[in-house]
Design a protein around this ligand. Structure first.
Ligand code: NAD
Length: 512
């Protein structure tokens, strides 16, 4: 039970307490005064927590090393059994977890439910994977020799995550790492620690109930960048998976590379969609509106740039502005709401600064203003903005983590692709077209330079089966999907000679 003194009397704090009760969890041992957690819904205080220090991280890493030594010996399908049980727990508590996620992060309930579903899906994916961790047998040039590739557990995973997907990104990395035989420490965003304590708490409970799981298999470090740095610097953290801003990634990448650790970086995006003259414009409109305004423009895959053919640009912008005006902005807990609040005032100030710069760079801004909602004086609700730009100016090349959609025109597909690729980020991209040549070209080596390339859907809303991540300053990492499980294992190539002679490779002679 959470002592009532630790929480403000806000109704949302009460709901959080009730949710933890319902999950059979408590965070009493985390209470403190270093970190105040707020709900973006109304700015009310949800809890005050104690932050872990770099010394606490050291102790966690030592425990994680011990856990790894035992866990790596458990056969992978039995490691999958833990993840299967965890997935069943998340499924059972889907509604409670979605509510908590929505209260702490501010995304609308349907998107929160989608995120929890993603956790369930990745558990199922990881369970299947636990029987599919295979290497290759390679033809040897030497007679009676066998060349085999093995994949072995890697070590301790340190996973640093962002506020905007406070559960799914952790689950992508952790469930896959667990079946791969690693132990894990999670450093969630300091803006969403309660969601982390709930998701990791259920996993810890499942591990406690599973006799093959060692203690401290999964731990949570609550704190800010200092905790993240302690993980990035620690020589015993074999893999650092970091999701967040490019600035954070630049720091983490250098630290981990400096000690020859392995990093998986999932950083900022600046995603574009091209609307070609042949496009189904109704489809393009729906795709663009959801991608630009979902999670209040705070997805790494949010649509930020729209590149529309000159012949349809004005008409399309008119329809887009009219549709933006009809979006229902309000409490994410209300099923009728399309767009919830920004995470906090810092996000709001960043949005306003970007809009001012866009105006200075020749942009025409529609929307973007703060909305004053009854009962939510300290919530940052905004009307999503559309900004018509004369060209891809400096501000358009930046990722502003808010619902701002820059619109530019193009003449030829080459021009559109050059604009799409003309930013430093390379996460997600899409084209709306009914011309098969354009669609194929966009997906080809001459087309988009992003990790995600879509046709006739928006830039956001990826499925878990495909490798997720992007190129250039987005970091190049793939947290899960496809063969990204290899990030969580080490490869060993074994050559076995079952002959009675010792031929050397490449015909080298060495007679004794
Ligand atoms: P952020 O970079 O401020 O924080 C992310 C995490 O990194 C937090 O846990 C934070 O405490 C930690 N951190 C910050 N500085 C650090 C440092 N120097 N060393 C170690 N840890 C540090 O990002 P945010 O505001 O929480 O999230 C928004 C950003 O995340 C956006 O840029 C978005 O595009 C990106 N993002 C990317 C993906 C992806 O898959 N590519 C997914 C989600 C979010």
């Amino acid at each position: 039970k959470i002592p009532s003194t630790a929480l403000s009397a806000s109704p949302l704090a009460t709901q959080v307490a009730a949710t933890f009760d319902q999950l059979g969890l408590s965070f009493d041992d985390r209470l403190g005064s270093d970190l105040t957690v707020f709900s973006p819904i109304d700015g009310s205080q949800l809890a005050a927590l104690r932050m872990d220090t770099p010394g606490d991280v050291d102790a966690m890493v030592a425990n994680a090393r011990t856990a790894f030594a035992a866990w790596k010996l458990v056969p992978a399908p039995h490691r999958g059994e833990l993840v299967r049980r965890y997935g069943a727990q998340v499924r059972e508590h889907k509604e409670a977890l979605s509510l908590l996620l929505s209260i702490e992060n501010g995304k609308i309930l349907t998107e929160a439910r989608g995120e929890v579903q993603e956790v369930i899906d990745i558990c199922e994916y990881a369970v299947g994977l636990s029987r599919q961790l295979f290497g290759l047998t390679i033809a040897s040039e030497r007679p009676e020799h066998r060349l085999t590739e093995y994949w072995h557990p890697m070590g301790v995973l340190g996973l640093i995550s962002a506020f905007n997907f406070p559960a799914a990104v952790w689950a992508w990395g952790t469930t896959v790492a667990l079946v791969c035989g690693d132990s894990a420490i999670w450093k969630p965003s300091e803006k969403t620690p309660l969601t982390a304590l709930a998701f990791a708490g259920l996993l810890a409970k499942a591990a406690d109930d599973y006799d093959l799981a060692p203690n401290h298999l999964v731990q949570v470090a609550i704190g800010d960048a200092r905790c993240g740095t302690a993980i990035a610097d620690h020589p015993d953290v074999a893999i650092v998976s970091a999701t967040g801003s490019v600035r954070m990634g630049q720091d983490v990448a250098v630290r981990v590379a400096g000690r020859f650790g392995r990093s998986v970086l999932e950083l900022g995006g600046n995603n574009a969609a091209i609307i070609a003259p042949s496009a189904d414009l109704d489809l393009a409109l729906r795709g663009a509106v959801f991608a630009a305004t979902g999670t209040c423009g705070q997805r790494c895959t949010s649509l930020r740039r729209l590149i529309v053919h000159h012949s349809i640009r004005d008409a399309f912008v008119q329809r887009l502005t009219a549709t933006f005006a009809t979006l229902r902005i309000g409490s994410p807990l209300d099923d009728a709401t399309h767009v919830g609040p920004l995470i906090d005032q810092i996000a709001f100030d960043g949005m306003q600064r970007a809009l001012e710069q866009a105006r200075r760079e020749g942009g025409t801004v529609h929307g973007g203003e703060r909305l004053d909602l009854t009962g939510a004086a300290d919530g940052y609700y905004v009307r999503p903005a559309i900004v018509e730009m004369p060209q891809q100016s400096a501000i358009v090349c930046e990722e502003t983590f808010a619902p701002i959609l820059y619109v530019m025109g193009y003449g030829t597909l080459d021009e559109a692709i050059a604009l799409q690729n003309g930013v430093s980020q390379g996460l997600s991209s899409s084209i709306f077209t009914n011309d098969v040549r354009e669609a194929e070209r966009f997906q080809s080596a001459q087309g988009s330079d992003c990790g995600i390339v879509n046709v006739n859907i928006g830039t956001s809303g990826a499925e878990i089966g495909g490798a997720f991540g992007g190129e250039k300053v987005t970091g190049g990492g793939r947290v899960s999907g496809s063969d990204s499980w290899k990030n969580y294992m080490r490869r060993a190539t074994a050559t076995v000679n079952y002959s009675a002679s010792l031929p050397l490779a490449q015909g080298v002679k060495f007679d004794l």
